[in-house]
Ligand binder design. Structure first.
Ligand code: HEC
Length: 143
């Protein structure tokens, strides 16, 4: 009886561990670089939140500006991207590039959101930006 209970516990623990297994690739970064990247990430999330608020308020040009400056191709300089990219595996670089491109495409779509159906298209484009966030997060970790 006692043994059965112990066995059951072991099996349960094993299943929990298997379920929690982290399949993301670990990317080692120097401490300062990791802090810098996480800082950028928190700003990415803030930018997404700002964009949804601006879209909801019908401020399409402002939403486009936020996306381009904070997430789009224009933001690469600000984020010191070229230097950071040299520490990343190829797939991670590609995910980053995909996000910046999707954000710049969103900016163009948002500027045209005044036309009929434009808001729906803008949200579709924003969803593609967020798909790039999700793709990288599900594949890589830095701590
Ligand atoms: C090129 C890859 C990549 C892209 C693209 C990316 N992230 Fe990240 N992000 C990461 C990694 C790696 C971490 C750290 C995860 C870990 O180590 O567990 C992270 C962490 C974060 C964090 C947590 C920050 C903290 O202080 O812990 C937030 C918030 C975040 N990302 C938001 C976003 C948003 C929003 C987007 C899209 C607009 C985005 N990220 C796009 C790779 C990426």
């Amino acid at each position: 009886m006692q043994i059965a209970r112990v066995l059951a516990t072991v099996v349960l623990l094993f299943m929990t561990a298997a379920h929690a297994a982290d399949e993301r690739q670990f990317v080692p970064l120097p401490d300062r670089m990791r802090d810098h990247m996480l800082h950028n990430m928190r700003d990415h999330l803030l930018a997404i939140q700002t964009i949804t608020r601006q879209l909801a308020a019908g401020q399409y040009d402002a939403a486009a500006d936020t996306a381009e400056a904070r997430l789009g191709m224009t933001s690469l300089q600000r984020h010191d991207a070229a230097h950071m990219a040299s520490y990343m595996p190829r797939g991670m670089q590609a995910a980053g590039t995909a996000m910046h491109q999707a954000a710049s495409r969103f900016a163009i779509t948002a500027r045209n959101a005044e036309v009929e159906g434009g808001l729906a298209r803008a949200f579709g484009a924003l969803s593609r930006v967020m798909a790039a966030c999700v793709a990288c997060h599900s594949a890589y970790r830095i701590h």
